[in-house]
Every structure is written in structure tokens, then in C-alpha cells.
Design a binder for this molecule. Structure first.
Ligand code: P53
Length: 478
């Protein structure tokens, strides 16, 4: 396929994971308990994720998949060697806050936790892999949730700042790409998972969520400031669960609804890129009677410390209608969307839309003109390994190929600026939405099932050699 134009020379190909979905070892070497440890599989999962059902300790009768996950804590050397073999230029991972500060409000970090990540980053560099580090990926110490209510508390600014200062100082020279909060807009949809928020009956949930969001936005600005002060080489990004909304029909009311839905997500990035609250948000707070406490100093921090790049996850586009009775809801995703009849769906009902990626890249570029980074994209599917553990995952290759083509067009035909592409779950890991192992994204199969059984052995899938070739040809051999 020589007619395909290559990606920019420095394009960062790679894969992405999150600590709570792969590390396991939840109680080793001084690690404290986090919200993500206490999210079980099963029928109550969604209510817990949404902060509607309380799960502040392990309870009998539940299975908690993050506790062991794929035990990357003990396998990281072998796993990174496999990433190296695929030719990764970058590996996106997240820090488990509770390895560094087990309770969250200590003054001194836990050396064993820092050492673990130092070893991991050094291992990456052995293979020429640049770490891309998410500081918080759905991760909040339980102690901070019990004592302070998670991100609803302003005290979080101080704890997060200490975490960031510790990381930036210790890992100076080892890490230069940082993401402050994974899918920061997730706070609106999954507030316990996203921000450690649990709601008491009768409270104004909207107000709590936006107050907590304000704290995260200011914390992100503080982190950006610190990162730049500690090492001017550092690049800091925001991170959005992206996917453009389409209007269900050409009825202007549907277009207007789609625009409102997009704004509810872009709101966060508007603040992080432009450094101020957009007018539509101020008006929205006013109309809803939300009183969000912000200081002059907060506003100044936001203004002076905007991000260097905009990163996002993209799995699907979305559909909105002004008519509450219009059409069928698409399934299986935390984001509400109508079903799009022009698209096929994954086994979990996520609709597959490669052109939607090109549309989303262009929409974000038009809005911000900041370098972008696609830090999650991929297909969650059921894999059936043969007796040697080999999976012929042509469906995954097809999904990725089409999305890489769309991304290529956005870069080479439309001229958007894109730093890199990391596929989600480059090694099979626990699903954030459902807690299942069965929903697999990886190039590497991990022998573990939904109940936590399996040898944890790793096997290369067909997509492993395919992605290796994609990277070696800088995206021209698909
Ligand atoms: P899973 C939806 C629901 C939960 C998390 O999701 C999500 C999304 C997608 O917008 O966000 C990201 O595992 C998240 C990852 C997660 C991935 O999507 O439910 O950043 O942690 O694993 C895929 O299939």
C-alpha cells in the first residue's frame, strides 16, 4: 500500500493501559485502598460507579476484579518487552495514587511505590519507549473519600499538588508527557469512579459534580504550572472522552440538542485550553441556580496555566435528539446516545464509526488549534484462543485499520496536528465499564476470565504482528 502517505516522522505509536485495570497487587508494598479497588462486577456496579450505592469496604458475595487484574505489577518487564517487540514509541500508563501516597494526605511518599514506577519507566526506556503518564485514571484514595468526600473538597488541591510535585521531581528526565485527569468529563457520568463522589440523599448532585469538576480543573492547572517549573521539557495534556454528537435528524432542534451535548463535554477542555469558563457554562450554572465556589486565585491559575496538548479517547460517535421519544438508545455505554442506523455495533453495543474519528479530530482542531493525541481507541471483543492460546482477531485488525485510515486522512488531507496514537488495552485488561475480562482490547491475550481464574499467561494475537508492521511502516502498511 505505497499510496498511503506516512504519518509525521516523530509520530508516537503505542498502546495504553490504566493502573487499576492491569496492575493488581492492590495491597502490596504499602499501597493504600482506592475507589477503583471497591468497584465489583455484577448488577450493582453501575450504581456504585455513579455514586448512588455505597461501597466503601469489600463486601461478601462480590467479585472485585481490580484487586488482581492481570497482575502487571509482577509482569511488567515481560509485558514491556512485548510492547518493545511491537515497536512501540510510547506507552501510556497511569499511576496508582495509593502506591505513592497510600492514604492521600501524608506529607511523605511511599518509597516502594516510587521505586516501582521508576523501574517501570527505566524498562520502557530500554526499548526506546517514551512513557506517557496519566496522573489520575479513575483513581482516588479511599481515605480521601471517607475523610474529605473526594473531589468535592477543596483540600484535594493540596493533596494532588503534593502528588504531582513528588512525581515531577522524582521522574524528571524519565517522563515528559503527562495527562492530569483521564476523561475529565467522566465526572458527570461516573462520579464515584471518576472523582470519588458519593451522594447523600437529597443533595444537589449537579452542584456537587461541578464543584468537584472545578477543583479538578484548578488542580490540573496547578499540575501544569508545576510540571513546567520543574522541567521546561514537560508537556501536559488534558484528556476528554470524545466522540462527536450527530443530530438525529436535520430538525434544527436536534442540531441544537447535539450542540448542547457536545458542549457538556467540551466544557472541561474549553477551560483547560482557553483558561476560562465559557459563557454558556456560566449561564447554565446561573439558570440551574448552581453556586460554584471559585476564588480569584483559582481563576488566575486557570488563566495562566493552560495545557500543551489535547488528548482524548475515541470509541464511537454519538447521536442526540430534542425528542425524548425519538428512536432506540444505543447500549452498553456510560454516555447516552441514540442508536445510529448507519453504523454497526460491537458485541457490547458500541457503534463503530471510523469517519466519526476524522470528524472528531477536525472538530477538536477547529475548536482549539492545539496539538492533539489520541490516547485511546480500540475494539472490545470476545476472543476465542485456539489450543496454543493464539487468537485470530481479524475483527480487531479491521476496526483499527479503518480508524488509522481515518486518522491518516485527518492528518494528511485535513492538516490537523496529531502527536500520536495509543490503542486502548494494548494488553487485555479489566473493563472499566463492566469489570469483565471477557471484553478484550489487546494485541496480547491474557489467560484470565471474568471470575478471576486463569494462568495469567500472555499470548501474542494475530493483531500483534499486524500492529508491529503498521508501526514499522509508519502507518502505510495497513
Ligand atoms: P471499557 C465508557 C465507559 C467507561 C469508561 O471502556 C470509558 C468509556 C468510554 O468512553 O472510558 C475509557 O473498559 C476509559 C478506560 C476504559 C475504556 O474507555 O468499559 O478511559 O479506562 O477501559 C474502554 O470497554
Amino acid at each position: 500500500m505505497t499510496d498511503v502517505k506516512p504519518f509525521p516522522k516523530e509520530f508516537l505509536w503505542g498502546g495504553a493501559t490504566a493502573a487499576n485495570q492491569c496492575e493488581g497487587a492492590y495491597n502490596l508494598d504499602g499501597r493504600g485502598l482506592a475507589n477503583v479497588d471497591l468497584i465489583p462486577t455484577g448488577a450493582d456496579r453501575f450504581a456504585i460507579i455513579a455514586g448512588q450505592k455505597k461501597m466503601f469496604t469489600f463486601k461478601k458475595g462480590y467479585f472485585y476484579p481490580a484487586a488482581e487484574a492481570i497482575d502487571m505489577y509482577h509482569h511488567f518487564k515481560d509485558d514491556i518487552a512485548l510492547f518493545g517487540e511491537m515497536g512501540f514509541k510510547t506507552y501510556r500508563l497511569s499511576i496508582a495514587w495509593t502506591r505513592i501516597f497510600p492514604k492521600g494526605d501524608e506529607l511523605e511518599p511511599n518509597e516502594a511505590g516510587l521505586q516501582f514506577y521508576e523501574n517501570l519507566f527505566k524498562e520502557c526506556h530500554r526499548y526506546g519507549i517514551e512513557p506517557l503518564v496519566t496522573i489520575t485514571h479513575f483513581d482516588c484514595p479511599m481515605h480521601l473519600i471517607r475523610e474529605y468526600g473526594g473531589w468535592r473538597s477543596r483540600k484535594m488541591l493540596e493533596f494532588y499538588e503534593r502528588l504531582c510535585r513528588t512525581l515531577f521531581t522524582r521522574f524528571k528526565g524519565l517522563v515528559k508527557y503527562w495527562i492530569t485527569f483521564n476523561e475529565i468529563n467522566m465526572i458527570l457520568h461516573a462520579p464515584f469512579m471518576g472523582a470519588g463522589l458519593y451522594f447523600e440523599a437529597g443533595e444537589n448532585e449537579e452542584e456537587v459534580k461541578y464543584q468537584a469538576a472545578h477543583h479538578e480543573l484548578v488542580a490540573s492547572a496547578i499540575a501544569t504550572k508545576l510540571a513546567h517549573e520543574i522541567d521546561p521539557q514537560n508537556k501536559v495534556g488534558c484528556m476528554l472522552a470524545a466522540g462527536q454528537y450527530y443530530p438525529n435528524t436535520c430538525n434544527p432542534a436536534d442540531y441544537w440538542q447535539a450542540m448542547q451535548e457536545d458542549r457538556s463535554n467540551y466544557f472541561f477542555i474549553d477551560v483547560q485550553v482557553r483558561g476560562e469558563y465559557p459563557h454558556y457554562a456560566e449561564k447554565q450554572f446561573e439558570r440551574a441556580g448552581l453556586h460554584i465556589v471559585m476564588t480569584q486565585e483559582d481563576l488566575q491559575l486557570l488563566k495562566e496555566n493552560t495545557v500543551d496538548f489535547v488528548s482524548f479517547s475515541y470509541y464511537s460517535s454519538r447521536v442526540a435528539s430534542a425528542d425524548p421519544k425519538a428512536g432506540e438508545e444505543s447500549q452498553g455505554n456510560i454516555f447516552a446516545s441514540l442508536k445510529n442506523p448507519y453504523l454497526k455495533s460491537s458485541a457490547w453495543g458500541w457503534q463503530i464509526d471510523p469517519l466519526g474519528l476524522r470528524i472528531t479530530l477536525n472538530a477538536i482542531w477547529d475548536r482549539y488549534q492545539k496539538p492533539m493525541f489520541i490516547v485511546e481507541n480500540g475494539l472490545g471483543a470476545i476472543d476465542k484462543p485456539d489450543e496454543n492460546g493464539y487468537v485470530e482477531d481479524d475483527y480487531r485488525i479491521d476496526y483499527l485499520r479503518e480508524h488509522i485510515k481515518a486518522m491518516n486522512e485527518a492528518v494528511n488531507e485535513d492538516g490537523v496536528e496529531l502527536l500520536g496514537y495509543t490503542t486502548w488495552g494494548c494488553i487485555d485488561l479489566v473493563s472499566a465499564g463492566t469489570g469483565e475480562m471477557k471484553k478484550r482490547y489487546g494485541f496480547i491475550y491474557v489467560d484470565r476470565d471474568n471470575e478471576g481464574k486463569g494462568t495469567l499467561k500472555r499470548f501474542k494475537k494475530k493483531s500483534f504482528t499486524w500492529y508491529q508492521k503498521v508501526i514499522a511502516s509508519n502507518g502505510t502498511d495497513l
